[in-house]
Design a protein around this ligand. Sequence first.
Ligand SMILES: [Zn+2]
Length: 307
Amino acid sequence: MSVARQTKNELVRVKIHQPCCSKAELMAMLHMRGSLTKSGENIHLEVTTENTATARRFFQLFKGVFKFSPELLFHHKSSLQKNKVFILRFSDKEKIPQILNELGFSLHTQGVEWRNLRRRCCRRAYARGAFLASGSLINPKVAYHLEINCPYHHYAQLLKEVLVSFQLQAKSFKRKNDFVVYFKGSEQIVEFLRIIEAHNTLLNFENVRIIKGMRSQINRLVNCDTANMEKTVIAAQKQIENINTIERLIGLENIPPVLRRTAELRRLHPEASLKELGEMFDPPVGKSGINHRLRRINALAKKLKPR
Ligand SMILES: [Zn+2]
């Protein structure tokens, strides 16, 4: 099951405690997927969705607020696909204007009305309704991307303003006939999921985010370690070359005993770090002590080498 579908299944179980919020969620669904059509004498108020859970949610909220049930119809998207498209239709000509008015629509003005979204609880419900009707969320393992497809620019604008009231800065762009409102950053997506009360999705999302974060941290550490190891190996090779030079030219028995012992241990353990080399002495020698001895060995070799 897709992450978006899982999220929607979770969202339709969110309890709404106040009629104001039911209306706000219904309004969002109508904004995103609704239409008002006339055929002859009849008027149909419709919402279409391919998501079963969303269809059920609309039905329940609508019935809860207005006490009438919309008609539930469905058809197959095409003969080849088994995806159903649900249509929730309400055709009572007398009641439609009142319903639209209660939901905050006005048939006479183009502008979008804020009057049903003045309360924070309702703006939260509006964001949830918008996601239920036309939201999608990519699996966070793949990428951080959440978007809501709006049919009109002014609804995309309204949705962005609603989100701004929660300190969320969504972006938008035009895709064919739609206006897509989206988030890319994982923090913004997490915050959006919190606002619409998709708590399980949020937890899963956070888990993936933590694992991803840990993985990149481990990779960084591994890379850093590899780089350090390479440096150690290169330095050790140089030291061993110098030790061999000293042996060939004057013999290791002719240099001070501490240097000789250091040179012997270095040749035996080319991969050891300075700290590890120091620990091979009894009593142990500090990292800077070993470093100092190796520098003396290098300096001596340099002096001995014919120019
Ligand atoms: Zn409310």
